[in-house]
Write a new protein. Structure first.
Lengths: 816, 349
């Protein structure tokens, strides 16, 4: 138990601690006559207070869980119980398969509805944790005769696991800094906006369960680190396996743990507890990870995992050195050290050469593209447009931090400082987690999700210590020293303290500082800190404490207000259904996507193939139940580039590409009519970039006018004649007068379009949704007959055909 | 029969004389060009990166005339502007040199018609009249001078296609690869992958690597035992720097390559903050990161430093200072955030 834990005040003392202190008193450490009656009443009082504290603690946790669950229900209250966005539709579809066909059949599921004509081995290419969790929950509920639909299970799974995540954060921080900090961390985690963004009801995505798993693994690791128990080590390996099953982000754990292990080894914190915490997790975890098909041998072959093995080796080497030191005389040990160091450098050199050779043989040096883009932030933008094109892979600017973690971003520095006072194995782990997470979040906005729990834990520690310091100052008698608490460790006590932190009696300078000074390892210039009262008895002035307390309380209320507002207004939109509010307060619903997918489902052949940009692949297969060429899995860049190329090509060439791929329908998303900015025209440059990355005939500069992307009359011919432009703006010019009163006015780009008389020769419009957001075209078997073709019934060829060469559809009427 | 044979002999003689005369005739015309070609080849071989620096007179000599048996790829630069960071002329010149050396190394300096291409640099100080004749007002300027382009006294009009235009390339400064792409597009010459001089390709690399590993191990060993590394304050400072940099959007600045500040088009003043929800300027991010960190540190000071100060007066002063810093930073963060994002939080009461 750390010293800070003891300092939490009497309210939250745990039972064993109370017993220990009573025993200390009875041992006569304090020179007071203690009668047995006093002892009994003191013990009873402490037990009562401890019990009351535990009950309050339990209710607080329950409240936090309820809060975590409820704050995520805005999406259901404001919209409806519906699966959100893109990836969740795939997960939902897989979960549906799992509940129908069973767990084992999922492994062998080959899905011919996606990536036509390639197909996809679903069982071997997914992280099944989320679906399995939902499947188990579904089966349990049905076992209990609760006939719930699988969609409802999927919708409410993420809020449920958010509550679990808050509990994990409590346990994790409790291990590091005690119950008070744990409660603060849990409260922060329950409502942190970054996590809400991926776990609102309906957001059935991997992160929903994976963040819980991440924190739970950290908790179990720290628990093992504090206890040295093999049982906890086994539990942490199992939790790690669940994490690997759930999310590709497990590579964060497998790199963070070795960093912590190495940090412990090189800062003199090597202990059997570290060994028990680290070694079994790596061995069992790696074997377990290799059993998940999507990871397989990557668990030992990809560079991302090498750090773990390296630290594993170093840990054993360090323990071996310690053993040798204990059995050899000092002189012999020195000789052996020199020998081993020389040999070690040689062996490491050879190993490095071998690993470098292996790694250099791979074009990405053995790292996956996504990981590489974390290490070299400019990598993705230069080489992997498919990664760079995703909005959640963009680097965040400063407002993102305040939106996503709010006041926690202000508390993290204080939390980092708190973890250094005193530094224990567990708090070192939290520091490393915080620092690495904050670095990675700077590279990709998506990884703000990994930072959020770290910020909550650090913020929890900081807020707890801050409030403690303020309330202690308020409660203390004026200018008189208050009773000593162990939490205030002297600033000189900066050297490594073993974990669990050693007791400091508070008599003058701490014993740890003295010991360090004796070793000559502590801060040598003691006189530098003469102005400090190192007894730990100091308090800040009471007036400052009052102002600080009011400010802190307002800050925390502001945090809750922001989280609720962000959850309600920013992160609850399912993006499959859109809403706008008119000035009178009425709500207008745009349900075009479901309308279009419904049309596909009920009006087309079940075996037909639908082409669209990859964003809409998952939704098309899940909601329209039709085969798609590409989807959000993005595993085959060439295939996506083919679709991009078709969209960027002139109509005839695109038609040929689609005919070669047996495509019967092409779906485009268009926002110019209603002002929906996330449409295909705005995504078009990415189609060109991704297409051009594989097919050199597509050049981005052909689609730019003077370096800028525009759709008006300045647009270059390549853009005006490409399929995407034609399919988006076909018949649009007349229609736009209905909403804007201006002929051919695009409400997203705020401009008149460059080409209004668009005719189609190889495609036929078959469906346009109510607000024109989704437009579906049929790929014709053969092109429309051109009027300038020779009419066999006429004896003479027509003299002039140029003015009448346009097909009839150019007049604006939809072709029948 | 004799007459017939005489006729044949005459015809053969005539043919021979024509055959002999024609090359002599063309040689008499081409000889200056050949001399120029040979001289250019000589000049190119004299330089390290096969780029020839010309002045006005030399330009007139080598580029003048109706036709040339070679083509020129010309890079215009100006000595006094090399230091300008936004032009990156020095880097462009190095990349141009890389392209030239790669072309020489690969032996692909001739296009499909067999015309040799030379890489030329003209400096404004040496060739100001040429700049005027070309009508060049802005740098960088890279263009190709085809062999068929007649260069006479007076203005030189180039086809837009023969220049590298800024809008055709997404990134600036252009790399040697961009220039190679331009060359290939215009001439069909493929120089292959640009071979950048790198330490990894050096023969000394294994030795250097071993020396580096040995020296690195030694240095690491020494550093490991340095007393200052036992001071946790150092590590706290390091972790705070990482936090400050990331929360400032430092990575955003690197990846997006945003400038620190921007001149305001309307007022002409220096603009430090970008008033749009997306993106940021470099200075803006660092100011906000500093405010985040300052607020956090003031909490830390109030929690750990201020209570432990012996002198009550100093303690009060430090406490109020920390409190004030914290509150001001907090207020600044919130007001800047509201200004930037235009979000107005609602309380739902």
């Amino acid at each position: 138990m750390s010293s800070a834990q003891r300092a939490e005040g009497q309210l939250v003392k745990q039972k064993p601690v109370a017993q220990k202190e009573v025993a200390t008193i009875s041992n006569g450490d304090i020179d007071l006559p203690v009668s047995s009656a006093d002892l009994k009443s003191s013990r009873a009082e402490k037990l009562n207070r401890s019990a009351a504290a535990q009950i309050i603690n339990g209710f607080a946790l329950l409240g936090i869980c309820v809060l975590a669950f409820c704050i995520r229900l805005f999406s259901v209250v404001k919209y409806e119980s519906v699966i959100h966005e893109f990836d969740p539709y795939f997960n939902y579809r897989v979960t549906g398969f799992l509940t129908r066909e069973g767990f084992y059949n999922l492994w062998n599921w080959f899905d011919e509805h996606t990536w036509y004509p390639l197909g996809r081995v679903i069982g071997g290419t997914i992280y099944p944790g989320l679906m399995w969790t939902a499947g188990v929950l579904y089966n349990v509920l049905h076992l209990l005769n609760i006939p719930i639909h699988v969609q409802e299970v999927c919708v409410f799974l993420a809020p449920l696991f958010s509550a679990f995540c808050a509990l994990s954060a409590y346990l994790f921080v409790k291990e590091i800094r005690g119950q008070g900090a744990g409660l603060m961390a849990a409260a922060f985690t329950a409502v942190v906006p970054s996590y809400i963004s991926r776990s609102v009801a309906g957001s059935f995505d991997n992160e929903g369960v994976a963040i819980f798993a991440l924190i739970f693994v950290f908790y179990l690791y720290v628990k093992t680190l504090n206890t040295g128990s093999l049982a906890w080590a086994t539990a942490s390996a199992m939790a790690y396996l669940y994490m690997v099953m759930s999310w590709g982000g497990y590579s964060f754990i497998i790199n963070l743990l070795p960093i912590h292990c190495l940090a412990c080894v090189f800062t003199g914190r090597l202990s059997h507890r570290l060994y028990v915490a680290y070694a079994p997790l790596i061995v069992m975890g790696t074997i377990g990870a290799a059993m998940i098909p999507v990871v397989g041998f990557n668990a030992v072959l990809m560079s991302e995992h090498f750090g773990a093995f390296f630290a594993f080796g170093v840990l054993h080497g360090a323990l071996f050195i310690r053993y040798v030191k204990s059995v050899l005389p000092a002189k012999a040990y020195q000789a052996a050290k020199t020998l081993v160091l020389t040999g070690g450098v040689a062996i490491i050199g050879v190993l490095l050469a071998l690993i470098t050779g292996y790694v250099m043989a791979s074009p990405t040096f053995g790292w996956t593209g996504r990981s590489l883009s974390l290490l070299d932030p400019t990598y993705a933008s230069k080489y992997i447009p498919i990664i760079a094109s995703v909005s959640e892979h963009q680097p965040p600017a400063w407002p993102s931090y305040f939106t996503d973690i709010h006041v926690l971003v202000l508390l993290v520095p204080a939390g980092l400082a708190a973890c250094f006072r005193p530094l224990s194995d567990a708090s070192l782990f939290l520091i490393l987690y915080g620092v690495t997470a904050v670095y990675f979040s700077g590279v990709m906005v998506r990884l703000m999700l990994v930072l959020a729990p770290a910020a909550c834990c650090l913020g929890g520690v900081a807020a707890h210590e801050f409030l403690l310091a303020l309330t202690r100052a308020i409660r203390a008698p004026n200018l008189a020293p208050s009773p000593v608490t162990d939490a205030s460790v002297s600033l000189l006590d900066t050297a490594a303290a073993p974990s669990p932190a050693p007791k400091s009696k508070g008599k003058g300078k701490s014993s740890a500082a003295k010991a360090e000074k004796a070793k000559g390892k502590g801060v040598t210039a003691e006189s530098m800190f003469d102005f400090l009262d190192t007894s730990g008895k100091g308090r800040i002035p009471r007036d400052v404490a009052w102002i600080g307390l009011v400010a802190a309380t307002l800050g925390l209320i502001f945090y809750i207000g922001h989280c609720v507002w962000v959850s309600a207004e920013m992160y609850s939109a399912p993006s499959i259904v859109l809403q706008t509010r008119d000035p009178q307060g009425g709500v207008h619903v745009f349900d075009d996507f479901r309308e279009a997918y419904g049309w596909l489902r009920f009006n087309t052949d079940p075996n037909c193939k639908v082409a669209s940009w990859w964003d809409y692949g998952y939704q098309t297969t899940a909601m329209a139940n039709r085969t798609v060429l590409v989807d959000n899995n993005t595993w085959n860049n060439t295939h996506i580039a083919t679709v991009g190329r078709a969209m960027a090509s002139p109509e005839k060439k695109a038609w040929q590409i689609y005919r070669d791929l047996d495509t019967e329908y092409v779906l485009v998303v268009f926002g110019g009519f209603i002002g929906y900015p996330s449409d295909d025209i705005n995504k078009f440059l990415w189609m060109v970039r991704i297409g051009g990355g594989v097919f050199p005939d597509i050049k981005e500069k052909d689609y730019l006018a003077q370096g800028s992307y525009r759709v008006d009359d300045q647009a270059p011919p390549a853009l005006l004649n490409c399929l995407m432009y034609k399919l988006s703006y076909y018949r649009f010019a007349e229609a736009s007068t209905m909403v804007t009163g201006r002929y051919g006015f695009d409400r997203v780009r705020n401009t008149m379009i460059g080409k209004t008389d668009i005719s189609l020769q190889y495609f036929e419009e078959v469906f346009t949704s109510e607000h024109w957001m989704v437009r579906i075209y049929r790929v014709l078997d053969r092109p429309n007959r051109e009027t300038k073709l020779k009419n066999p019934r006429r004896a003479k060829p027509p003299r002039r055909s140029s003015s009448s060469s346009r097909p009839r559809s150019a007049s604006g009427a939809p072709p029948k | 029969m004799v007459a017939g044979s005489t006729g044949w002999v005459l015809a053969i003689c005539l043919c021979l004389s024509f055959a002999a005369a024609k090359p002599r005739h063309s040689a008499s015309e081409a000889s200056p060009s050949d001399a120029r070609l040979a001289e250019l080849e000589h000049l190119a071989s004299q330089t390290k990166d096969h780029v020839i620096q010309l002045n006005t007179a030399a330009f007139d000599r080598f580029a003048g005339g109706k036709r040339r048996p070679y083509a020129l790829v010309i890079f215009l630069t100006a000595r006094h502007l090399v230091d300008k960071p936004q032009l990156q002329l020095g880097k462009l010149r190095r990349e141009f040199g890389l392209l030239s050396s790669q072309a020489a190394k690969s032996g692909n300096e001739r296009d499909a018609a067999g015309l040799r291409h030379f890489f030329i640099v003209l400096d404004f100080h040496d060739s100001e009249p040429v700049f005027h004749r070309l009508g060049v007002n802005t740098l960088p300027y890279i263009f190709r001078l085809p062999s068929s382009k007649a260069i006479e006294a007076g203005a030189i009009k180039l086809r837009p296609d023969d220049q590298m235009r800024m809008e055709d390339y997404s990134s600036f400064p252009w790399s040697a690869n961009d220039m190679a792409g331009f060359l290939q597009e215009k001439t069909g010459i493929s120089v292959g992958t640009i071979d950048r001089p790198s330490l990894f390709n050096s023969r000394l690399f294994p030795v250097l690597a071993l020396a580096f590993v040995a020296a690195g191990t030694y240095v690491a060993y020494r550093i490991y035992y340095l007393p200052i590394l036992k001071n946790l304050g150092l590590w706290l400072a390091a972790s705070l720097v990482v936090f400050w940099f990331s929360a400032s959007g430092g990575m955003h600045n690197i990846i997006r390559g945003v400038p620190l500040v921007m001149p305001d088009m309307k007022t002409g003043k220096v603009q430090m903050f970008l008033q749009q929800a997306q993106g940021q300027l470099g200075a803006e991010g660092f100011i906000m990161g500093t405010l985040y960190t300052a607020c956090g540190l003031s909490v830390a000071v109030l929690t750990w430093l201020a209570p432990n100060l012996k002198d009550r007066g100093i303690q009060r002063g430090v406490s109020y200072l920390a409190l004030l810093t914290g509150l001001v930073s907090f207020y600044q963060v919130i007001s800047n955030y509201r200004w930037k994002t235009n979000y107005r939080m609602g309380w739902f009461f």
